[in-house]
Design a protein around this ligand. Sequence first.
Ligand SMILES: NC(=O)c1ccc[n+]([C@@H]2O[C@H](COP(=O)([O-])OP(=O)(O)OC[C@H]3O[C@@H](n4cnc5c(N)ncnc54)[C@H](OP(=O)(O)O)[C@@H]3O)[C@@H](O)[C@H]2O)c1
Ligand SMILES: *[C@@H]1O[C@H](CO)[C@@H](O)[C@H](O)[C@H]1NC(C)=O
Ligand SMILES: *[C@@H]1O[C@H](CO)[C@@H](O)[C@H](O)[C@H]1NC(C)=O
Length: 321
Amino acid sequence: MIWFDILCHPVWAVSTALLAFVVRLQRRGSWDPQACTVQLKGKTAVVTGANTGIGKFIALDFARRGARVILACRSEARGTAALKEIREKTGNSDVHLRLVDLSSLDSVREFAKGFLEEEKALHILVNNAGVSGLPRQITKDGLDASFATNHLGPFLLTSLLLDLMKRSAPSRIVTVSSVNHRKGEVDFSHFHGENLSYFMDKIYNNTKLHNVICTNELARRLQGTGVTANSVHPGIVMTEVMRHYPLIVRCLFNFIGFFFFKSPEEGAVSPIYCAVAEETEGITGKYFDCDCSLVLPAPLARDTALAVKDFEICERLTSKL
Ligand SMILES: NC(=O)c1ccc[n+]([C@@H]2O[C@H](COP(=O)([O-])OP(=O)(O)OC[C@H]3O[C@@H](n4cnc5c(N)ncnc54)[C@H](OP(=O)(O)O)[C@@H]3O)[C@@H](O)[C@H]2O)c1
Ligand SMILES: *[C@@H]1O[C@H](CO)[C@@H](O)[C@H](O)[C@H]1NC(C)=O
Ligand SMILES: *[C@@H]1O[C@H](CO)[C@@H](O)[C@H](O)[C@H]1NC(C)=O
């Protein structure tokens, strides 16, 4: 009982609350989406993984600004629930659901085919969907499932929608990466699940590094087209991102997160900044931190020779041969 008394002592309670308050103040970025008056009427946006977490709040923001928003989700039930919620909250009925499983190249191709047949323009593409902590699994394309979901599926999706985005220019591609990319390594045998360590989610760190590398290379290839491509770190955010971890890890994440991590709404701020703010118009090939500041990504993500090679390998892996 003595421990209980010590832990529950008012001094602890007050200081923890104070600390949490200070952290909360500090973690707020300098940019406020509510104060940004940019309207997106007449614009079309795609947000992948928009049924929950950060993606849902990105889609909600675009819908508030009057955009035609396509929620690209893999689950019909979860997607429909988000669709209803976003329509209700924003009064924008021009929000739609389109199913895609990013871990399957065929599913991505089918999504793109339908999209290109039915949509006339695409101004904003947010590659938000991602997984962490997936156990080892090889997809029917022969790819590691985490790499397929976090990198190669989004890579193919972006490539297939690129011509439409050029025709719709100015347009923006935003890839939600992570600060974890700094701990990532590049080894092209990883794509097939070889030589990979799943310990401490190394693989997630690797996929997020490839996100930044290929987004930067894409930006170089898009120079002069009016299409920009940037990557962004949303912050450490309380979402379902830990869903593949053991219960005890999730409890710990949520407990610490309750005090120190961002809400999904706060996590959506830097991606939204990148996608809609006037200040970021024309900026391309950059990496934004969770407070919306421009920072340098990891050295590996600035190696242009490596980027050319990575991009070409990803093109080969995702092309239909
Ligand atoms: N949370 C953080 O602390 C944090 C930090 C840095 C970066 N990020 C990045 O932020 C992005 C959003 O993550 P979150 O935190 O919002 O996670 P989340 O709550 O788990 O949401 C992830 C979204 O991606 C979707 N998704 C997963 N696999 C998919 C697939 N194969 N095909 C289509 N959609 C798929 C999920 O759909 P289902 O609901 O159907 O599974 C869900 O909508 C991710 O790229 C993540 O890496 C997050
Ligand atoms: C990766 O694994 C293959 C066998 O699967 C092996 O031949 C190769 O040397 C390994 N590469 C590295 C960098 O460890
Ligand atoms: C992955 O990145 C996180 C955050 O930077 C780090 O804590 C973790 O140790 C990294 N995992 C490995 C295996 O490097």
